[in-house]
Write a protein that binds this ligand. Structure first.
Ligand SMILES: [Zn+2]
Length: 575
């Protein structure tokens, strides 16, 4: 799972902000969901052939993928070679067909389990100032102290000269909430300044959007995308610690250092030239120079029907960039369906972690056993269970181990842009990331609860295990946007991200809360996240069995699960 809401990982503080919150949170579930019957009423009555999915099998896979020999599974290293070779060999041994090298339909003979994922590393060296001018004012903002900027344009230099500044509220166009901060606005060539998060999450009125739960409209990536769709030259987000939930230092460390991005066909030409953040203090000075007051603009932006305000100022700056191309790979295999092979259920987990790095307590290998060795172990166990099942699935099942998750969901984002199998024929993505090795659970916590009908499938499978469904306990931290299922949601494919982790079957709630907190503080994204023989992998097996059952049922149906009304991803789905 990626740290925080910010793009770049290796931010322990950021991880704590999100995850410690999750673990220290009240041990009372906000809503224990009533066990309603599944919506579609076509639950399979055949017994679950989940025999291949046992704690012992999980343990074997988990020890293999998180061993020191895997060198922390970092992209572009020997560790990548080892883990991708291992995964491909496992897929082959299971008799799954290769689904990589996207040149032909797999029935036409794909020969590789690898999908190359070309990435560009962009290291930015911005000009040391931003110049603001207009209304008889001149204002100079200092890099790092007042702002950070970067660019997704794959060019050695990017410059913005005399670009008119516009304040556009939250920078959100959300038809399902009747919200349009760009209404009547032409921002071509202009630089848009927006508030962080979304009106419900950051404003005073919690009836707006999803209240405290962050929607995709609150994500900085969304704001950059929306500004680019409107042809803006730049987008700057006003950082405010309170709604952002992380301090400026997190923005700063995320913005410095090189960034990896999946290569795009237009090399980023359709993106804004300039993306970045302003400190609250710098934004206040800028608004004052424009003859406006931040408090008044903030209040206006939180009102329905807000209209964007030209600020009467212009912005000029430039940045130099060092570009480097590197290619990593996703590993994928398919079990062709029997009667409906042209429709697909995808299981995903990320293979990458942080490699060999700074030693902590004499250990420098970031093994990533929980993150996401558990997901890989579940993926392989599920593949084996499908292969061993007496009745083969009607739809095809795809097993996808992606790269670059920890750097910002890069491998899954690349797959979503270069799908091997048509997205319109992809029924669902079932993603597994960080399953808890602390025994069997009574709950199944669904991250992003309320988004799609997949939670009805999850509920039915949970009932078979005598578990209850629980919504995300910290929806304000935006967990739904922090693992690979999100890359699929973004392009309209319903996706499930769930696991048990709230109430231990034998030890109760406090026990698991303490375990999770301890993990967050001493193991998350650290060398200490390594296999421990004392772990009880019954919970990982339980989650994997549940995922198997969900996929098995989806594979036997002819319908497509739908996004719920009000989901921000519904519009992207054609069927
Ligand atoms: Zn992670």
């Amino acid at each position: 799972m990626i740290s925080t809401s910010f793009r770049v990982s290796r931010l322990p503080l950021a991880g704590l902000l999100g995850l410690a919150l999750a673990s220290c949170h009240s041990t009372k579930p906000s809503t224990e969901l009533a066990t309603a019957p599944p919506a579609t009423g076509t639950a399979s009555t055949t017994p679950a052939p989940t025999g291949a999915i046992t704690a012992a099998a999980i343990s074997g896979y988990l020890q293999a993928v998180s061993s020191d020999e895997m060198l922390g599974r970092k992209p572009f290293t020997v560790g990548e070679e080892r883990i991708t070779t291992y995964l491909a060999a496992q897929f082959k041994d299971l008799g799954l067909e290769p689904a990589g090298d996207a040149t032909a339909d797999y029935r036409g003979g794909r020969t590789s389990y690898f999908q190359p994922v070309p990435m560009t590393e962009i290291a930015v060296a911005p000009a040391p100032t931003i110049q603001i001018a207009g209304k008889g004012q001149k204002l100079s903002l200092d890099y790092k102290t007042d702002y950070v900027v970067f660019s997704q344009r794959e060019q050695p230099t990017v410059a913005v000269q005399n670009s008119p500044l516009v304040f556009a509220g939250y920078g959100v166009v959300a038809p399902e909430y009747g919200w349009d901060d760009y209404a009547g606005l032409d921002v071509k060539g202009k630089t848009v300044v927006v508030l962080v998060n979304d009106p419900g999450n950051a404003g005073q009125d919690t009836t707006l959007f999803k209240g405290r739960a962050m929607t995709y409209y609150g994500r900085w990536t969304y704001k950059y995308e929306e500004a680019a769709r409107h042809g803006a030259a730049g987008l700057l987000i006003v950082h405010d610690t309170q709604p952002a939930a992380y301090p400026w230092s997190v923005v700063l460390s995320g913005a410095l250092g090189p960034k990896l991005r999946p290569q795009t066909p237009d090399h980023g030409a359709s993106k804004c030239a300039l993306e970045g953040w302003l400190t609250l203090d710098a934004a206040k000075r800028l608004f004052t120079a424009a003859g406006q007051r931040y408090d008044a603009l903030y209040a206006a932006a939180n009102q329905r029907g807000f209209r964007a305000r030209p600020l009467g100022l212009t912005l000029s700056t430039s940045l130099r960039q060092k570009l480097r191309s590197q290619t990593s790979k996703n590993v994928l295999a398919v079990l062709p369906g029997t009667t409906n092979a042209g429709e697909y259920v995808i299981y995903s987990a990320h293979w990458d972690h942080f490699g060999v790095g700074k030693a902590v307590a004499g250990d420098s290998i970031y093994n990533g056993a929980v993150d996401d060795g558990t997901g890989l172990a579940a993926l392989l166990s599920i593949a084996k269970a499908f292969k061993n099942a007496p009745v083969k699935p009607a739809r095809s099942i795809v097993f996808l181990a992606v790269t670059g998750e920890e750097q910002g969901l890069l491998g899954s984002a690349y797959y979503a842009q270069h799908p091997v199998f048509p997205l319109a024929k992809t029924v669902a993505d079932l993603n597994m990331d960080m399953l808890w090795p602390y025994g069997r659970m009574k709950d199944l916590t669904v991250i992003g609860y309320g988004q799609s009908e997949l939670e009805d499938y999850a509920r039915a499978a949970a009932q078979e295990q005598d578990r209850y469904l629980l919504p995300d306990q910290t929806p304000e931290t935006g967990m739904f946007y922090r693992s690979d299922h999100f890359s699929f949601a973004h392009v309209g494919v319903p996706s499930l991200y769930a696991s048990g982790g709230f109430e231990s079957r034998s030890q109760g709630k406090d026990y698991i809360a303490q375990k999770r907190q301890a993990y967050t503080i001493s193991m998350y994204h650290k060398p200490a996240d390594q296999f421990d023989p004392s772990w009880d992998l019954g919970g990982v097996a339980q989650d994997a069995q549940l995922y198997f059952r969900v996929g098995q049922r989806l594979a036997g149906e002819t319908t497509f699960p739908k996004w719920r009304v009000g989901s921000e991803f519904k519009a992207a789905r054609s069927n």
